[in-house]
Write a protein that binds this ligand. Structure first.
Ligand code: AMP
Ligand code: ZN
Length: 464
């Protein structure tokens, strides 16, 4: 089946063909490790995970590279404000290196809890300064960048296709750039490739460079590291939609200005998770994290399930009601799967499985249409004609993309009272007291607990 993906460059859903048959070079912009990821950030990583898993399901070998931004990302995505790492260092009275180490670890804890597959390769900006400097020098040599007071700027007017991704009008960009004037820039739309002490005199993280001690701009990090590990041509590059107009626009200008040819074939962007601004903004302090959801009694996978309910190109409104609904749906699904595991049955029409498989794949192939894929799943879950054996097979197969952890679903936890009844029945069975054992089985069934005796003991699942 042909996979189709929406390409931000063309604003169209296109048949996806990698540069090299069977292989996909995928780059996703990684976290800036100055604080915990908020649930909005995590939605983007879940989208990228679904993309990666779908590519693999469609039999592509995926080389997935993700960066860790541990220097150079200023408060605004343009060249304004302080370095986020330096701000965090002041806030927490720790060195920026310790901040980066701590939040990188926390990021991967969240990603693991959300069943996000780890990238094939993760690279830290601070460990690739040479690669970035090489690219910056190359851009100066190509006449696309200039040095003033130890800062290196990319000269936007020298790259005529600058707004190819954002489709913005260059004149409108000038309006936006007038907020915080940098007198060193030839044109306020130019952006920084290398910051030196003339802009940040007290920066702790800094490196020698031909232009002065300093640190790289955020955008050059991704262009340089993506190219170092994936080469001069990349199949897919992703991030959240906020990256279209500045970060990815600048990445294209740098990489194509350096290599002299097209760099990325397909650009993909995840829409935002929205909730009221204060809860989402890291600078406002009290933003919503995965831990915040867990503290309220949710599992990370409930949030993952919630993300699957919206198309990645649609805005998703966060609310605890919506998360509660996702939790209930997920728990219902889990209970069904457990019942199938312990009580597999052949259905009168298990052959329908092929049709379900096709429909699910068609949804994925249509630009990762997860809401449709999930509706196919629920149809199959409710289709008794399939039989629990075929239903379980479907769920296990689809879970390679859904990442809900179907293989690990096990017996539900029971209250102490119910557990005591299960134990009492086990003892009755051990003493061959079948009458008592049957009575206890009925008593449990009345409370919605089905028992299944097997060679390794008794299992149970919830009646539905
Ligand atoms: P950052 O760590 O700030 O570089 O952001 C990490 C990722 O989260 C980037 O791909 C952003 O585009 C994305 N992102 C930021 N805010 C949101 C949001 N509210 N919803 C979805 N994705 C977001
Ligand atoms: Zn990036």
């Amino acid at each position: 089946m042909q996979l189709h993906l929406f390409n931000t460059l063309t604003r169209q859903v296109e048949p996806f063909e990698p540069l090299e048959p069977g292989k996909v070079k995928l780059y996703t912009c990684g976290p800036t490790v100055y604080n915990y990821a908020h649930v909005g950030n995590l939605r983007t990583y879940v989208f990228e995970d679904i993309l990666r898993r779908t590519l693999e399901k469609f039999k592509f070998h995926v080389e997935h590279v993700m960066n860790i931004t541990d220097v150079g990302h200023l408060e605004s995505d343009a060249d304004e404000g302080d370095d986020k790492m330096a701000l965090a260092s002041k806030r927490e009275k720790k060195s920026p290196w310790d901040i980066a180490k701590f939040y990188e670890k926390e990021f991967f804890k969240d990603a693991d809890a959300l069943h996000i597959v780890r990238p094939t390769l993760t690279c830290r900006a601070t460990e690739h300064i040479d690669t970035m400097q090489k690219m910056v020098q190359g851009l100066i040599d190509n006449g696309l960048a200039y040095v003033v007071d130890g800062n290196v700027y990319f000269e936007v007017s020298k790259f005529p296709e600058y707004t190819r991704l954002s489709k913005q009008n260059l004149d409108d960009l000038l309006e936006g750039a007038r907020v915080d004037i940098d007198a060193r820039k030839r044109d306020q739309r130019d952006f920084v490739l290398w910051f030196s002490k003339s802009k940040f005199p007290n920066q702790i993280m800094k490196w020698d460079s031909p232009w002065g001690d300093g640190f790289p701009g955020w955008h050059i990090e991704c262009s340089a590291m993506a190219s170092e590990y994936l080469g001069e041509s990349i199949d897919i590059h992703c991030g959240g939609i906020d990256h279209i107009s500045v970060h990815h626009t600048n990445e294209i200008a740098q990489a194509e200005g350096y290599f002299g040819h097209k760099w990325v074939n397909t650009w993909m962007h995840g829409e935002f998770l929205v909730l009221d601004k204060a809860k989402m903004s890291k600078s406002a302090g009290g933003f919503l994290t995965l831990k915040g959801l867990i503290d309220k009694g949710f599992d990370a996978v409930h949030y993952r399930y919630m993300c699957l309910g919206a198309h990645y190109r649609s805005e998703l409104k966060f609310s605890f009601e919506a998360l509660e609904a996702a939790k209930n749906a997920f728990e219902t699904l889990k209970n069904r799967v457990v019942s199938w595991k312990f009580d597999p049955k052949k259905g009168e029409n298990s052959g329908k499985k092929t049709e379900y498989l096709k429909r699910f794949d068609e949804a994925l192939a249509n630009d990762l249409d997860m809401p449709i894929a999930m509706s196919v799943l629920w149809e199959a879950v409710r289709d008794a004609e399939l039989g629990s054996e075929a239903q379980l097979e479907l769920l296990k197969y689809w879970d390679s993309v859904l990442g809900l952890g179907v293989e690990s679903f096990d017996k539900p936890e029971l209250s102490a009272e119910l557990m005591a009844l299960v134990k009492e029945r086990e003892e009755a069975r051990a003493h061959r007291d079948w009458a008592k054992s049957d009575a206890l089985r009925d008593q449990l069934l009345e409370q919605g607990i089905c028992l299944k005796d097997g060679p390794s003991g008794t299992d149970w699942y919830l009646r539905y």
